[in-house]
Design a protein around this ligand. Structure first.
Ligand code: 13P
Length: 287
């Protein structure tokens, strides 16, 4: 069923958990993420766009994700990830997305505020919530580049307070040392900065770039206001490794279905593993 509203983020934060936002590119990744949500009974966000739209096509991927969420027994939000384009945001809102991320992190502060304010205005008309980003995250969203964090691009707590007050945004993605994709050396978050941002802003925080993040860093973030955690590269890697190991047996009979199924199941298992990490101390499903 489609999951509306920000209560899910607030409840997760209050319980010391986080809601996972999993990036989905195609049928198998949408199916794998949906199956993980059904298996664990916890709320999950399918992040279908905007980079994956370049692969699958916007209409096709939007419909796929919305249909999977609407017909599932699990609580699934459908979220537009990293959009810089108000027309794209409007298209997703009109299609029924439950949340959107407007990414003005590349813009000067006042322009980021203006873009985010407009996205919030449009989302309100559709009952959707909005995530925005302040500070810049190193790395690529689709390919792991072993990027390293740039201290200068980190989110400033005072600016964050001003930004949230000026835009009315519902959730804020922060740059506190987090990096998109895998890195050779373990990422260390600036947890003191994260705590200061949490003190300064009244909305749930979002941690992008959680693939490969050491679990102690992740759990440190969960106790400092992070209520949504984005993961992409871990699912991509799981998919590719499963496909590689299935390929030799699939190739002689051109058995593409077994190949795609192995990728789908690997995405499900990887997503379940992430969900376990995001739920410190949870003993039962539906907690
Ligand atoms: P990773 O690239 O670390 O998987 O993070 C995904 C993400 O933040 C998507 O917005």
């Amino acid at each position: 069923m489609l999951l509306h509203g920000t209560d899910v983020l607030k409840d997760a934060a209050a319980a010391g958990h986080a809601v996972p936002g999993f990036v989905a590119y195609n049928l198998e990744t949408v199916q794998g993420v949906t199956a993980a949500a059904e298996a664990c009974g916890r709320p999950v966000l399918i992040q279908a766009g905007s980079s994956p739209f370049k692969h699958a096509g916007r209409e096709a991927l939007m419909r796929l994700a919305l249909d999977a969420a609407a017909h599932s027994t699990a609580r699934l939000g459908v979220h537009l990830d990293h959009s810089r384009d108000l027309d794209e945001i409007t298209a997703c809102l009109e299609a029924g997305y439950t949340s959107v991320m407007v990414d003005g992190s590349h813009l000067p502060f006042t322009e980021n505020i203006a873009l985010t304010k407009e996205a919030v205005r449009r989302a309100r008309d559709h009952g959707a919530w909005v995530e925005a980003e302040l500070g810049a995250l190193p790395g690529d969203e689709d390919v792991s580049t072993d990027a390293v964090a740039q201290a200068t691009a980190m989110t400033d707590p005072d600016q964050a307070a001003e930004f949230v007050a000026a835009t009315g945004v519902d959730a804020l993605a922060v740059a506190v040392g987090n990096v998109h994709g895998f890195t050779k050396s373990p990422v260390r978050l600036d947890l003191a900065r994260l705590a200061a941002i949490h003190q300064a802003v009244p909305v749930p925080l979002v941690l992008h770039g959680a693939s490969g993040l050491p679990v102690e860093e992740l759990h440190g973030a969960l106790t400092r206001g992070v209520a949504k955690v984005n993961v992409n590269a871990e699912l991509r890697r799981a998919y590719l490794e499963a496909v590689r190991s299935t390929l030799p047996a699939a190739l002689p009979g051109s058995d593409a279905v077994s190949l795609w199924a192995s990728g789908r199941d690997a995405v499900r298992d990887a997503a379940l593993e992430v969900i376990g990490r995001l739920t410190p101390g949870a003993e039962t499903a539906n907690a």
